[in-house]
Design a protein around this ligand. Structure first.
Ligand code: CAA
Length: 253
């Protein structure tokens, strides 16, 4: 039987994780969440992986929670579980996560995109948080991440209606960094490969300050930034690159 999550290495330092449950539009069954969580943790631990790309299948990135499974969940089970570990893993990855969206990113699928560091979408990608139409809300970070990214007016506009957004509208709202003219996965892998070629400690420090800073006061966030940069000044990589620049002239460090 084919695995519901596939992992490839399309470029140096890049792990490509694919959701592979197309017959259910990659709906997040318990089994798919377990398998995705394990694949992300493997990539996070692998010393030869620097950037993770997550994608789905051409029909859909992910249609969200598995509604057929969710229909049978009791409130007691939901309270006991609180949240699936996948959602904590997504929020805690130290390596950059690039999500490539083809087709639908709905509900939990859009919440994965909202938790990513970078989102590349194909022209035809469709985003949306239709949970309200099921009598629930986007409970995997969707309400809070959307308001932080897009502001209260635009967040409520979509949260309260469940209306869908095009890739371009999602880009205008700051949810998507790039709309790929051709192949979103190839564009995401190219972006990931260019990040993977950067000094890894600088990548890590930049991701961390960008992730933590907005939750702190500006003064605290600026101190965080200064200290992160100070740590980078202590690295051999910094010494080597600055020396190379000084010796060889501009553009070659
Ligand atoms: N859960 C379970 N099964 C789903 C599913 C979902 N979220 N989305 C699609 N499927 C299944 C369909 O039931 C169908 O199965 P059968 O062939 O057995 O009937 C199969 O996938 C194909 O679906 P469609 O025929 O509907 O495919 P489509 O291409 O015409 O439409 C779609 C795709 C627009 C994604 C549509 O399926 C849809 O609207 N799905 C539901 C989206 C949704 O409401 N998501 C929110 C879920 S709640 C949530 O996300 C909360 C959370 O857990 C964080």
């Amino acid at each position: 039987m084919e695995s519901i999550v596939k992992v490839e290495r399309p470029a140096d330092g890049v792990s490509l994780v694919r959701l592979n449950r197309p017959e259910a539009r990659n709906a997040l069954s318990r089994a798919l969440k377990d398998a995705l969580d394990a694949a992300l943790l493997d990539a996070e631990r692998a010393s030869d992986v620097r950037v993770i790309v997550l994608t789905g299948t051409p029909e859909a990135f992910c249609a969200g929670g598995d509604i057929k499974e969710l229909g049978a969940v009791t409130v007691e089970e939901q309270l006991a579980m609180r949240e699936h570990p996948l959602w904590r893993t997504l929020g805690a990855l130290r390596k950059p996560l690039v999500v490539a969206v083809d087709g639908y990113a709905l509900g939990g699928g859009m919440e994965i995109a909202l938790a990513a560091d970078l989102v590349v979408a194909s022209e035809g990608a469709v985003f949306g948080l239709p949970e309200i139409r099921l009598g629930i809300l986007p409970g995997a970070g969707g309400t809070q991440r959307l308001v932080r990214l897009a502001g209260r007016q635009r967040a409520l506009r979509y949260l309260l209606t469940g209306d869908r957004l095009s890739a371009r509208a999602a880009q205008a709202m700051g949810i998507v960094c790039e709309v790929a003219a051709d192949d979103a996965v190839a564009a995401a892998v190219a972006l990931a490969a260019s990040i993977a070629a950067m000094p890894p400690l600088a990548v890590r420090q930049i991701k961390e300050v960008v992730q933590l800073g907005p939750d702190a006061s500006l003064a605290t966030a600026l101190a965080l930034e200064r200290n992160a940069n100070l740590a980078l000044f202590g690295t051999e990589e910094r010494t080597r690159r600055m020396k190379a620049f000084a010796e060889k002239g501009s553009g070659r460090a």
